[in-house]
Design a protein around this ligand. Structure first.
Ligand SMILES: [Zn+2]
Length: 230
């Protein structure tokens, strides 16, 4: 899930200032039973993104892990799509490691597993790109001190397994939401499903230009670098 923002016009609801101990914590308002899980998921997602960025640094040439995994989740490699994805993964890795990135539990959140503000890079209805990852980073910078880097997690997130490949899981939920916020991905429901392996395969069939901007495809792609946790 995502709350979308028109370019340059962030949602007013994220402007609640952080204060006191709240501003010091990475994980906020979690029940004791779920705190360990979100902490484990965060560490795994962060480590996976670091490994992914390291692999990107080694090269994205044909036959590399980045190349073969791209084909699996986005279809045939197109130069612009690969560039967007590389920028997106670097931005996600930087964001998850930043002090301003915070995760909040909301027992009343019922619109899906989680949400995070997105500065969208694609107009879903018209299928147009409207921003680069670089644009998104400059808009997001203005929100850092006003709660703009909050991720909200709802109870349903914890009904998923911690780790899964090619299915939703707690770690993938973090990666999915992070891609909205750090890279401007969308939930591309234009024409059908966008979640789960069904959504991933549907967007992949539309071509990599659309698939790389669908949050679920990016989340599933990144999971290929997250070590298995049972
Ligand atoms: Zn989403």
């Amino acid at each position: 899930m995502t709350r979308t923002s028109k370019l340059g016009a962030p949602l007013a609801t994220v402007k609640t200032p952080l204060s006191g101990n709240e501003a010091m914590s990475k994980f906020n308002n979690f029940p004791t039973t779920e705190l360990g899980k979100i902490s484990t998921a965060y560490a795994a997602a962060r480590k996976g993104l670091e490994a992914l960025v390291t692999d990107i640094g080694k090269g994205t040439q044909k036959g590399s892990k980045v190349d073969t995994t791209f084909i699996k989740y986005f279809g045939a490699v197109e130069k612009e799509s690969l560039k967007y994805l590389v920028d997106a993964c670097k931005a996600m890795s930087a964001k998850i490691a930043s002090l301003t990135f915070k995760v909040y539990y909301d027992a009343n959140y019922a619109h899906g597993n989680a949400e995070m503000l997105s500065y969208t890079s694609r107009d879903v209805l018209r299928g147009l790109n409207t921003a680069t990852v670089s644009d998104i980073q400059s808009w997001e910078t203005a929100q850092i001190n006003t709660g703009g880097s909050r991720m909200t997690i709802g109870p349903s997130c914890f009904t998923n397994p911690m780790w899964a490949q090619d299915a939703q899981c707690i770690i993938e939920t973090l990666l999915h939401e992070l891609s909205h916020h750090a890279a401007g991905t969308v939930d591309d429901t234009n024409g059908g499903a966008c979640y789960g392996i069904e959504g991933v395969n549907r967007l992949k069939a539309q071509g990599s230009d659309r698939a790389v901007r669908n949050a679920e495809n990016v989340g599933f792609f990144c999971m290929a670098w997250v070590g298995r946790i049972n």
